[in-house]
Design a protein around this ligand. Structure first.
Ligand code: ZN
Length: 282
């Protein structure tokens, strides 16, 4: 089963998994992988494009290891394996696959781990833009961007959110996507959160009143929490194709706003789409 979708017509930023998709992956993998030993490792020479550790060393060090824990921080999924961490941020084209060993191996597969139960965890990346790191315990701060990560967007308290936001005077959409502010939000969920908070994406943070900040915090946690529940409830639980039809405005340019009925606006820049409602976002 493919766990993250292959894009229908070319890759775009909307295919990038964000906090809710990765959280559901974490939930999905935990009972399947925790405490399983890695009995076989296969790596593609192409893995060297996205992994700093030489693929042969990576394979040798993984062999015989036990997956002790799977956790998430922001947009990273982290597998604790003996005295190392395997970090995966799928980005544009990366996806994880949980497969029977007999299942056909896609040409985009960069590595396969065979587990003691007989199934395989596979990582595929058609555009090789994903981020994969293999680091010793204690070396997480050496991972690019890790040391700067803010608190997880699902867990940040209202007071911490209100305190941290003061450092960022700029546009709200950029602010929500800034992983140093809070971690886990990208292009799609920033639109959803701003719609819920009734704030325009290009509005400057410096114009917000304390009530607006508090509403933005509430919207962040509601939207992410509801998205996790929606993805979890999808027919295949972890869908073959990333299904974001539950969203209110993102990907719905030209349709009616579910809150006020106004036509949803769409802006495109650098291959990324921003959707919002001029009727009820201010
Ligand atoms: Zn509206």
């Amino acid at each position: 089963m493919d766990l993250l979708r292959e894009c229908r017509s070319g890759l775009d930023s909307d295919s990038v998994p964000e906090l809710p998709e990765l959280e559901v992956l974490r939930e999905y993998f935990t009972p399947r992988l925790a405490n399983q030993a890695i009995t076989g490792v296969w790596v593609s020479p192409k893995l060297s494009f996205i992994l700093r550790t030489p693929p042969d060393d990576f394979a040798k060090e993984l062999q015989g290891g036990t997956i002790e824990r799977i956790w998430r921080r922001g947009k990273f999924l982290i597998f604790d394996i003996d005295s190392h961490h395997l970090l995966i941020n799928p980005m544009l084209g990366g996806r994880l696959q949980w497969a029977a060993a007999s299942e056909k191996v896609s040409k985009d597969t960069l590595f396969r781990l065979t587990l003691s139960g007989g199934d395989e965890l596979r990582f595929l990346d058609s555009v090789r833009m994903g981020r994969v790191y293999w680091v010793p315990a204690g070396a997480l701060p050496t991972v690019t961007g890790w040391a700067e990560l803010g608190p997880d967007a699902l867990e940040v308290s209202q007071s911490d959110f209100a305190h941290r936001i003061r450092r960022h005077p700029g546009e709200l959409k950029n602010l929500l996507r800034n992983q140093a502010f809070v971690a886990g939000i990208g292009n799609a969920y920033s639109d959803e959160i701003l719609h819920r908070a009734e704030l325009l994406p290009l509005r400057k943070r410096s114009t917000l009143k304390p009530d607006d900040v508090s509403r933005l915090h509430t919207a962040t946690q509601q939207v992410l929490g509801e998205a996790i529940a929606a993805i979890r409830a999808q027919p295949h639980y972890v869908p073959q194709k990333q299904d974001r039809s539950f969203m209110a405005v993102h990907g719905k340019g030209g349709q009616k706003c579910p809150r006020c009925g106004h036509r949803i606006s769409e802006l495109k820049a650098r291959g990324e789409t921003t959707n919002f409602c001029r009727g009820c976002q201010h």
